[in-house]
Design a protein around this ligand. Sequence first.
Ligand SMILES: NC(=O)c1ccc[n+]([C@@H]2O[C@H](COP(=O)([O-])OP(=O)(O)OC[C@H]3O[C@@H](n4cnc5c(N)ncnc54)[C@H](O)[C@@H]3O)[C@@H](O)[C@H]2O)c1
Length: 449
Amino acid sequence: MSTKSKQSGKQHPICVIGAGHVGLVAAACFAEMGNNVVCVDNDKKKIEGLKKKNMPFYEPGLEPLVKKNMSKKRLRFSSSLSGSLRSSEVVFIAVGTPPQADGSADLTALEHVARNVADALDSYKLIVEKSTVPVQTGLKIKETISRYRTKEGKFDVASNPEFLREGKAVYDFFHPDRIVLGVESAKAERILKDIYHGFKAPIVVTSLVTAELIKHASNSFLAMKISYMNAVARVCDLSGAQVEKVAQAMGYDRRIGKEFLRSGIGYGGFCFPKDVEAFQYISGKLGYEFRLLREVKAINDGQPVFFLNKIREHLWVLKGKRIAVWGLSFKPDTDDMRFAPSVPLIGELLAEGARVYAYDPQAAKEARQVFKDVLSPKGNFVLCKTAEEAASRADCLCLLTEWEEFRTADWNRVKRKMAYPLLADGRNMLDPGQVKQCGFHYIGIGRKG
Ligand SMILES: NC(=O)c1ccc[n+]([C@@H]2O[C@H](COP(=O)([O-])OP(=O)(O)OC[C@H]3O[C@@H](n4cnc5c(N)ncnc54)[C@H](O)[C@@H]3O)[C@@H](O)[C@H]2O)c1
């Protein structure tokens, strides 16, 4: 579906709860399809900002979509959950499901929403989980609504997991690889098919629990591919093999596929780390110890330390050294630093007494928050306005996010700025031969410099 195409299925007033990376994108895209959408969040500051057309985070293409649909009066924002629920037939829940200390998902926000739905149930409502939730969460939502409702309105609970990628969220929303509908009634299936009318993607209609499990199984599989290649990269390092050639040749096998075979300092973001843990947790609770996932996490957690060891091997003492970091967000085209590998790596560098000069094209605001306790002059963390400023007089330059700006840097000029030309490429994004020609010492992962 192109962003311009309008839905021709029957219209249903939509409420999206949670104006985050998933909720705000979904709300704007549903509105772009011609639906009347209200997007609700309990963060009043965020909603006030959105009412003034201020975006709460960076996501390419989202701002014009939000502005356009607000002007067309198809998209509005509210912090009143009960009022917004009453005026809607379909309620997409896109609140956060953050990890708890034991790895389980914190479902407090979902319970809160379910209780509000129970209060507002004066007519039929279809409650749709868009948040990533452990299998059987839908059953709990149903129980909660039934327990607390005071009115006799009917309802269904469905699951429609979201697979979008931050940085490409708008494109992904309109061009999904598949649409999963976990439903328990013909009515719920019909409504969701109305909403997704016009999409070319295959639609998988299944039970509520199966749909919930599909999302955890998919994300954990993708995380497993990354950890697998990071483990292969370790063997490459030890044996002198080149991991990118291994990945290339593996990828030609259609049973394996080319995607997600890149080795680096590990996955991050609000999905893979927490979903792997939550899937492992719920599997254990149901009676299956998913040990494979424990190893996926262990490999990933070890990557920043492994990378740091390589830098230390080269620089010997880190205390007092000036380390440039290019890239703080967990991947390019987003300012999201949740569970970004840059965070533990910088933490280790600072703990060893290094001074870190960091730059990210979009994540400076987030970084100021994440590193507020160690920001200079209090600590040894300096946020720079340009990549070049960060690299100036550095003993090592760490590349941690594959921003295009870094790929196309003038490496001769960067080298001249640095005190010592050590390039630690945490994403294997550069051609080692090319940067070595400019005079750099190169550290990669699973590849020779
Ligand atoms: N970020 C992604 O790329 C992505 C992709 C697919 C699925 N998901 C899943 O979608 C869900 C949301 O993720 P996100 O990245 O959008 O999170 P987010 O933190 O960006 O957004 C969540 C929003 O929900 C709001 N919220 C929390 N409790 C609320 C309540 N009780 N009432 C109203 N609003 C409330 C928060 O204020 C926040 O704005 C998670 O389960 C996540 O795993 C995320």
